[in-house]
Design a protein around this ligand. Structure first.
Ligand SMILES: [Fe+2]
Ligand SMILES: [Fe+2]
Length: 285
């Protein structure tokens, strides 16, 4: 196989060209730090961004979020969702901005990676409830954005990504991450973590993203463990995995580090599957 120069430097140069995480979401999340947040003030901030507002309303009106009635305004939605759900939907509403093109080389359409990311977020939400996590917003952010490095790699080093598929085909024993290193000199977990660091997300968030395929790093805290577990479950469910045939098992010690039991997994999978089906119905039918 051809050896290539590592292109990590080159990739990190390109990271700067990815549009920043929306300012509206940052400001809204800052307001939501306060449990007594004034919803009218929050609405003023969010409605400033028409795309986020439209995504927010479409998401909460899908059966995946199970609101008792259809809502037409952000204010109505806020009053029916809890604060944690508002945070989840806000971050999810920004995802679409980064998923407009297919991710070549990974064999993923924008729809597939969107569903995979949403499924991981939803699985994380169900796991957090069972793990009794009090402030889960960093987990939601990490779970929803865990594969954002694939978008960076897919958008900016397309030529190399064609070789990624070829390398995987020619070397069936290779893991996906090994193939990324051989072809790109980097992997999507490192690149994604670097992007989130530059976007000034908390360290806890980019560490969890960095750790989501690393079996020793993911055991180093509850948040990385829950993020990696959510991703492993979604991979096992086969949602938007493309050519990523790695991490289909749950490493030893991961459940303990995540603070959930084996008995929690089946209900989490059932719930996530149902909610993903609802998303598909609302967005792709
Ligand atoms: Fe990943
Ligand atoms: Fe993933």
């Amino acid at each position: 196989m051809n050896r290539r120069e590592p292109v990590l430097e080159h990739i990190f140069e390109k990271v700067d060209r990815i549009p920043n995480f929306p300012e509206t979401a940052r400001r809204a999340l800052a307001l939501l730090q306060n449990d007594e947040v004034d919803f009218a003030e929050l609405e003023k901030v969010v409605r400033h961004d028409a795309a986020i507002t439209a995504n927010f309303l479409k998401l909460v009106n899908s059966a995946a979020f199970g609101l008792p009635r259809k809502v037409n305004t952000l204010l109505q939605a806020f009053s029916l969702l809890g604060i944690n759900q508002i945070k989840f939907v806000l971050i999810a509403s920004c995802l679409g901005e980064y998923l407009k093109e297919p991710i070549r080389g990974y064999g993923l359409s924008p729809e597939e990676i969107w569903l995979h990311s949403m499924a991981c977020g939803l699985a994380a939400e169900a796991l957090a409830r069972r793990a009794g996590l009090h402030r889960p917003e960093n987990l939601y952010t990490a779970a929803l954005l865990h594969d954002i490095g694939k978008i960076v790699l897919g958008l900016y080093v397309e030529g190399e990504l064609h070789d990624l598929e070829k390398t995987l085909k020619e070397n069936p024993g290779l893991t996906f991450m090994q193939a990324e290193w051989m072809v790109l000199g980097a992997d999507h977990a490192i690149v994604g973590a670097e992007l989130l660091r530059r976007w000034e997300f908390p360290r806890e968030v980019y560490f969890a993203v960095r750790a989501h395929h690393d079996e020793s790093l993911m055991l180093q805290g509850r948040l990385p463990a829950l993020t990696a577990l959510a991703n492993a479950l979604v991979n096992l469910m086969g949602i938007g995995v493309g050519v990523d045939t790695f991490a289909y098992h749950i490493p030893e010690g991961l459940l303990e580090a995540a603070g959930v039991g084996e008995k929690d997994l089946y209900p989490v999978i059932v719930e996530t599957f149902a909610r993903v089906e609802n998303l598909k119905a609302a967005f792709f039918s």
